[in-house]
Design a protein around this ligand. Structure first.
Ligand SMILES: Cc1ncc(COP(=O)(O)O)c(C=O)c1O
Length: 422
């Protein structure tokens, strides 16, 4: 129903102003309707509901990095949980939503990261926001040292912690972090918040170095492993597991929505930290628990990912194969030590246009990443090939990018770069 007032509220006008501004800057967001085909992943059908003769598209930008969301056992677990326990959790964890599945998944995640306990949240975003805000308001005088490139969800939690102080350190710069830690009062409670794999640039932080500084200056460490869980470490416990430093990190946060292909967020830590969050974090207490279908599917996915290495091996082989093709075709890309391949374009309009033409003319989809997700001038396509991208798909994609980059006048600036993971 439409709201009727004597005078139109100024907020309506403000919406138009802001949207016009966004359009002028070429940053207006439009959704691309794509339906995933469970038996053909990473092939999707264009359109909201697959039309009878819907066009097939190869997607290069999914965050379901390993394709776990379409693994039959994972999908079956979701269906079985719906049949057994219904569609929704029926309440918050304290009211009616704490099934044995939730507890089992928390124990599985704690074991994955070598921690005493784990706590589920409704998303990775909420786990970051709620945990950081709750910790940083738990006693007076907190100082949060936050990496300049931290995700919006961490920033939301840090900014929302009224009364705490925030010190932003240069991205992945331990010298700058140390200078800032040393300048802070020795007795202030400190927390260092950082990520392992940074999703837009694909670079990886020095977890051991950060933890050494944390010990020296008595700071708590909070690590977001959202883009690493499932992919790094012998069981998919993330970069902290790969680098054998998980025990040095106080709190490890992750998502079930990317490498595990389902949905939900979590933190793992010592028993007292988890019990504290369970009892005090508003973003945990006052929202309906994850539905049983999601928890059941995630549990099977985490168990499979821990036990089976082939998908981890396959993703890095595929990333390497794709980079070789890009290199051979002279298409510029940023060499990263991770599975993420940024292809720089450097202009919001052009980035969107290349993505749109790629889809329309060649049947490939790659997300254009523009401001505010990345700084102006560093607009890019962000490609994440996975175990299911075939050689033929790669050849076709590289051919399409070559044509588009030539026609769009993008100078091929690629310089030989050292080999990273891929
Ligand atoms: C670094 C980082 N942390 C947290 C999140 C939020 O995770 P989720 O998608 O599970 O809410 C994201 C999402 O993209 C992310 O990139």
């Amino acid at each position: 129903m439409r709201v009727t007032r004597n005078a139109r509220h100024p907020f309506y006008e403000r919406c138009h102003e802001v949207l016009d501004e966004i359009r002028q800057q070429g940053r207006y967001r439009t959704f691309t309707p794509l339906s995933r085909l469970t038996d053909r992943f990473p092939v999707y059908e264009e359109g909201m509901a697959p039309p009878p003769e819907g066009r097939e598209v190869v997607v290069w930008s999914t965050n379901d990095y390993l394709g776990m969301g379409v693994v039959p056992e994972v999908m079956e677990a979701a269906v079985a949980a719906v049949r057994e326990h219904g569609a929704g959790a029926g309440g918050t964890r304290n009211i009616a939503g704490s099934s044995p599945l939730h507890t089992e998944l928390e124990a599985e995640l704690a074991a994955l990261h070598g921690k005493e306990a784990g706590l589920l949240f409704v998303s990775g975003y909420v786990s970051n926001q709620a945990t950081l805000q709750t910790i940083l308001t738990s006693m007076p005088g907190w100082i949060c040292f936050s990496d300049q490139m931290n995700h919006a969800s961490m920033i939301a939690g840090i900014k929302g912690a009224r009364g705490s102080q925030t010190v932003i350190f240069e991205h992945n710069n331990l010298a700058d972090l140390e200078e800032k830690l040393a300048a802070a009062p020795a007795d202030a409670p400190k927390l260092i918040a950082f990520e392992s794999v940074y999703s837009m640039d694909g670079d990886i932080s020095d977890i051991a170095g950060t933890c050494a500084l944390a010990r020296k200056y008595n700071a708590l460490t909070y690590l977001d492993e959202v883009h690493a869980v499932g992919l790094y470490g012998e069981e998919g416990g993330g970069v902290s597991q790969r680098d054998a430093v998980a025990d040095q990190v106080d709190i490890i946060e992750g998502t079930l929505a990317k490498g595990f292909g389902v949905h939900g967020g979590y933190v793992t830590a010592s028993a007292e930290i988890i019990d504290f969050l369970r009892s005090t974090a508003s973003g945990f207490i006052f929202t309906t628990a994850l539905p049983p279908s999601v928890v059941g599917a995630a549990l099977v996915s985490v168990k499979k990912v821990r036990a089976e290495n082939w998908r981890r091996d396959a993703i890095f082989e595929r990333v390497h194969a794709f980079r070789q093709r890009l290199r051979a075709a002279g298409i510029p890309f940023t060499m990263t030590p991770s599975h993420i391949i940024p292809v720089p374009v450097g202009d919001a309009e052009r980035c969107k246009r290349i993505s749109a033409r790629l889809l329309r003319e060649f049947g490939h989809y790659a997300t254009p990443v523009n401001y505010p997700t990345v700084p102006v001038g560093t607009e890019r396509l962000r490609l994440t090939p996975g175990p299911s991208h075939t050689d033929e798909m790669m050849d076709d994609m590289v051919r399409a990018l070559s044509v588009l980059f030539r026609e769009e006048g993008i100078v091929h600036t690629w310089q030989p770069q050292p080999e990273g993971v891929g």
